[in-house]
Design a protein around this ligand. Structure first.
Ligand code: FES
Ligand code: FES
Length: 159
């Protein structure tokens, strides 16, 4: 089993962690860095609740990617979206549009939504549908979530 220290840049902070080839990025975020906002669901790539953003702002399933592959890479988790105590525009829009119920899927859905906006600041319906295709919400569904994304895409930060 391969083992070693790697440096991860999470939400702008560098962390040196000891990982083995058996650890996923999700294991490191939750187990070692205690960033519990990223949820653990199926761990098989089916539910999307573990979604984070990579250094290019793309959505990544942290349960599927080996931690060793993230050496020196940048990651944004749900904890990294708010700035100076202010919710990110997409978080604020989720509140305004009531896009949250139990909240279990919400970090993964928001990071998927953020990835859509990172890559296409004014997303089309197709962009939004594609971006949400990998995340499942058992309570709210995607209707309110799409309204929130559309709002940020159309009107910018202030809902
Ligand atoms: S926990 Fe990663 S896709 Fe379900
Ligand atoms: S808000 Fe409950 S699973 Fe999505």
């Amino acid at each position: 089993m391969k083992k070693g220290f790697i440096t991860l840049h999470v939400n702008g902070d560098a962390h040196e962690v000891l990982v083995s080839s058996q650890h996923t990025l999700l294991d490191v975020l939750r187990g070692k860095l205690k960033l519990m906002g990223t949820k653990e669901g199926c761990t098989t790539g089916s539910c999307g609740v573990c979604t984070v953003n990579n250094g290019r702002g793309e959505a990544v399933l942290s349960c599927l990617t080996p931690a060793l592959e993230w050496a020196d890479q940048s990651i944004t988790t749900i904890e990294g979206l708010e700035k100076n105590g202010r919710l990110a525009p997409i978080q604020q829009a989720f509140v305004e549009y009531h896009a949250v119920q139990c909240g279990f899927c919400t970090p993964g859905v928001i990071m998927s939504a953020q990835a859509v906006l990172n890559l296409t600041p004014a997303p089309t319906e197709e962009d939004i549908n594609d971006g949400l295709a990998g995340v499942i919400c058992r309570c709210t569904g995607h209707i309110k979530v799409k309204e929130a994304i559309r709002h940020v895409g159309e009107f910018g930060p202030t809902p």
